[in-house]
Every structure is written in C-alpha cells, then in structure tokens.
Design a protein around this ligand. Sequence first.
Ligand SMILES: NC(=O)c1ccc[n+]([C@@H]2O[C@H](COP(=O)([O-])OP(=O)(O)OC[C@H]3O[C@@H](n4cnc5c(N)ncnc54)[C@H](OP(=O)(O)O)[C@@H]3O)[C@@H](O)[C@H]2O)c1
Length: 274
Amino acid sequence: MSVNAKTTLCGIIGLPVDHSMSPAIHNAAYQELGLNYVYLAFNVTNVEHAICGMQALNIRGFSVTMPHKLEVMKYLDEIDPVAQQIGAVNTVVNDDGHLVGHNTDWQGFIRALKHRTQIQNKNVVLLGAGGAARAIAFGIKQEHGQLTILNRREEIEMAESLAADVHCSFGDLKDADVIQHADIIIQATSVGMAPLQHVDVIDIKLLQSNQIVFDIVYNPMHTKLLKAAKQIGCTVIPGFEMLLLQGVIQFELWTGRDAPVEIMRDVLVARLAK
Ligand SMILES: NC(=O)c1ccc[n+]([C@@H]2O[C@H](COP(=O)([O-])OP(=O)(O)OC[C@H]3O[C@@H](n4cnc5c(N)ncnc54)[C@H](OP(=O)(O)O)[C@@H]3O)[C@@H](O)[C@H]2O)c1
C-alpha cells in the first residue's frame, strides 16, 4: 500500500536509532496485512518535544529505546501498572490524544517463555540485575514463578536491590545449588554478546538436561551458553524470540490486529544473520 493522506504513522524514538531493526520489521508486517501504516525512525534528543509532536501530529505509536525509556514516563497520561513498577516504558500508544505507556519487553519475554512452559511455581533463576533483568523479574513475579536473582559477587547489591523490589531471593553467579535446582534459567547479563562472547557467565557443568535455558542475548543468535545447553539436552530459547514478540505486542497495540508473526520473524532473522 502506498503512503497517502490517510496513512497512520508509528515510529521509534531513541539516540541513536540509525541501526534499529524495528522499521524493517513493522513495515513488513503492515505490508503483509495491507494496512495503511508506516513506521519511521527518529533520533531524538528532546523527549518532551517528541511527545508533544506525537500528540500534535496524531502519531499512533512510538517504540521508545535507550536512553529515553525512563524520561518518557513524565510526559504520558497513563502508564500500565507493571511498566510503572519496572520504571521503564518502551511503547507509547496514542488513543485520540490520550497517551498510554507500556513495557512490551517483559510481555514479549513472558510470551516467548510461555510458548515452552508454564511459569507458575517453577524455580526460576535469573542471571543479571540490569535493565532487562529488571523487566523480566517483574514479569516472572507477575506469573507467580519462584524467582532467585544471581549477579556477580562484586555487584551483589544490584541483585539485592532488585530482589527487594520484587520480593524474591538473591545470590551470586557461583551459587551451584541454586543453578542445579532451577527449572528455568534466564541469562540476562551482557555476557555472550561481543566482546564477552567467549565468557561463561555460570559453570556450564551445573546445567541439567531437564532445564529450560533462555538467553536474552540476541547477537549472536545462538550464544555459547545456548550451544552448551543444547548439547546437554536442555530446552533452549534464543533472545531473538523476546525481541520478536515485544515487537509483535507493539504491533497488536497500535493496529488492534493479530500480527503476521512469521513475516516479522523472517525479517528479524535475516537482519540478525547479516
Ligand atoms: N532479547 C531482547 O529483546 C533483549 C532486550 C533487552 C536487552 N537484551 C540484552 O540483554 C543484555 C543486558 O541488557 P541490559 O539492558 O540489562 O544491560 P545492563 O542494564 O547494562 O545490565 C548488564 C548486566 O550484565 C551484567 N554483566 C556485565 N558484564 C558481566 C560479566 N562479565 N559477568 C557477569 N555479569 C556481567 C551486569 O552485572 P553487574 O551489575 O555485575 O555489572 C548487569 O547485571 C544485553 O546483551 C542486551 O542486548 C536483550
């Protein structure tokens, strides 16, 4: 469908956004369903002005990426309760001038995990206590998983602080007993991604064949941890599933339609394989 006077605009705001994969993924999805939408990328320094512009120009939706996920919250009319607890918004929906903030990172993560397993009452071990881990921790609690957060011993207060916010246990990455007894292990540190692609975040020998291992790092698509876990016989989930499904949920929020997930997956995989 070609762009015309009735085209609905969505986009991504961040700094920088020049390498964002979102325009390719969303535009392919609009095209597949014949929707008169277009998705653009905006390098934004002044978040307040960008949000004013969104309202003034009736832009339907924004993806929000670093460094604006916290600041954008100040300029919205309403924030989804879990996004509020996490303290970060990555999606804005403009409903006739009423701006609602969501966090589809945790939603995409949970949807990807629930494709493989139930979460309720499972022993879930989360490696890392940074921004992504924070969104995932609230998601796991939302689904009533039994959560333990492990971080580096030198930065154990990060795990302690996040554990206090979500009311769960915490420890350090060398806690063999916790790792061995997990049903689900979620790798949410920067390990696995360059320049840490050859580092082991935990002792691989502790993995059990009945465990589910979800590594949220998506570049490379199959990390060292995932390759080792697969060899042991674990069920593995790569990080691009989370990346894909958070975009799928954005598509649903903005269009009210079921997303063409396979088309979006093909575009994402092709981009990541480059
Ligand atoms: N799949 C997706 O959709 C998705 C979404 C968001 C993020 N991610 C990926 O998730 C990863 C983390 O992102 P983030 O935004 O949470 O980053 P972040 O806020 O900077 O947090 C980084 C985390 O990694 C830990 N870490 C860094 N180097 C480490 C090392 N050598 N050994 C052990 N732990 C180490 C940090 O621990 P300390 O506290 O000890 O420093 C911290 O817990 C990135 O690779 C990112 O690309 C994926």
